[in-house]
Design a protein around this ligand. Structure first.
Ligand SMILES: Cc1cc2nc3c(=O)[nH]c(=O)nc-3n(C[C@H](O)[C@H](O)[C@H](O)COP(=O)(O)OP(=O)(O)OC[C@H]3O[C@@H](n4cnc5c(N)ncnc54)[C@H](O)[C@@H]3O)c2cc1C
Length: 326
């Protein structure tokens, strides 16, 4: 029986949320496509990751564990996964559609001579193929496409599938890691830990509250942060707000920022320019708060609130806290 692989997205064995989502999707589609689900762990810290992988189904895990992965950029991962693909010939390989995941996926695809579809927000099994849903042309169109080659390499965006636990035993299969001199050409010389802060990262969050130029100044972002904290959400920003220096670029959503696909996206004082929509229009539920009832964001919103954000947003945060009993 062929295999459907999930490449575990992790940092030193700390498994990211998207991996649970992919393992859940992998179980479902492997069942529908008559494939065996299996996972691939490349990096360090497998003992730490094992428990989390077990929570989402367990099963066969190819473990390529070596300190070497931490010393160099992504080429060692590309080479290791590509040679495993050549040897085991899986039918489907799922990567997380995050910066590193997309880099490794495209490197593996070019080495084994197959195609890759990135930024996928939904999948449907049709016979032996997975039909992928993704936004294209700067978010102007949502399209369906599939990889014709083998394996089908697909990068799944965080929050595209709900993670459902299904505890299972992990059956570890160790993979030899032998790196060529070519794989060692780009070495990591320093790591700088980004300040984590108390909120989830924009690209991983299930709920995002984003602020735009309607906030009128950096000090007013605290209104957006307050609503985000009431919801346990991440804070996003439009480019207008970022360019004005009101919020860091790492929080920018849109064509030249992050593309996100949370369960809930709340746009506060954002007009809804095409470049902003490109980064958030695949969100499951979109709420827009804007004083201009004609703002383009309302064409996209599932729920629209026409009003002054300085009144609406604090009232909303208060009500949410009240209902949560905080
Ligand atoms: C190549 C390129 C790439 C780009 N990439 C991005 C990108 O990645 N992300 C991005 O966001 N943009 C991007 N842009 C910029 C984009 O075109 C818009 O300029 C930008 O998104 C506008 O940001 P905004 O909605 O915050 O501001 P505005 O368009 O000025 O909208 C502000 C909104 O706030 C509302 N408002 C004002 N006061 C209040 C109030 N008191 N209460 C409620 N509502 C209020 C207004 O009605 C208005 O709709 C890009 C542009 C280009 C050319």
């Amino acid at each position: 029986m062929g295999e459907l692989w999930t490449i575990i997205d992790h940092e030193g064995g700390e498994v990211r949320k998207v991996s649970g989502e992919m393992l859940t999707a992998a179980r479902r589609f492997a069942g529908e496509m008559n494939l065996d689900p299996a996972a691939v762990f490349a990096g360090t810290g497998f003992e730490h990751a094992r428990e989390r992988i077990g929570k989402f189904g367990g099963g066969k895990v190819y473990v390529a564990e070596s300190e070497e992965f931490d010393r160099y950029l992504l080429q060692p991962q590309i080479d290791t996964i590509a040679s495993l693909v050549r040897e085991r010939k899986p039918s489907v390989v799922l990567f997380a559609s995050v910066a590193d995941g997309k880099d490794v996926a495209s490197g593996v695809a070019s080495k084994v001579g197959t195609g890759v579809v990135a930024d996928v927000v939904d999948l449907e099994a049709q016979g032996e193929r997975l039909v992928c849903t993704k936004a294209v042309f700067g978010g102007a169109t949502v399209t369906k496409c599939q990889v014709e080659g083998s394996p089908q390499i697909i990068c799944v965006k965080p929050n595209s599938f709900a993670a459902e636990q299904a505890p299972g035993e992990v059956v570890e299969e160790r993979v030899d890691v032998t790196l060529s001199d070519d794989a060692k050409r780009a070495r990591i010389v320093e790591r700088v830990q980004q300040e984590a802060g108390g909120r989830p990262a924009v690209e991983e969050a299930a709920v995002i509250v984003s602020g735009g130029r309607g906030l009128q100044g950096p000090e007013n972002f605290r209104i957006v942060e307050d609503l985000a904290d009431a919801l346990g959400a991440a804070v996003g920003a439009s480019r207008a707000a970022v360019d004005a220096g009101w919020y860091p670029h790492q929080n920018q959503v849109g064509q030249t920022g992050k593309t996100v696909s949370p369960q809930l996206y709340i746009a506060v004082g954002i007009s809804g320019a095409i470049q902003h929509r490109a980064g958030m229009q695949t969100s499951k539920t979109i709420v827009a708060i804007n004083k201009d009832g004609e703002a383009p964001i309302f064409q996209l919103a599932d729920f629209g609130l026409v009003g002054d954000l300085f009144k609406v947003v604090p009232a909303l945060a208060d009500e949410i806290r009240k209902r949560k009993g905080r």
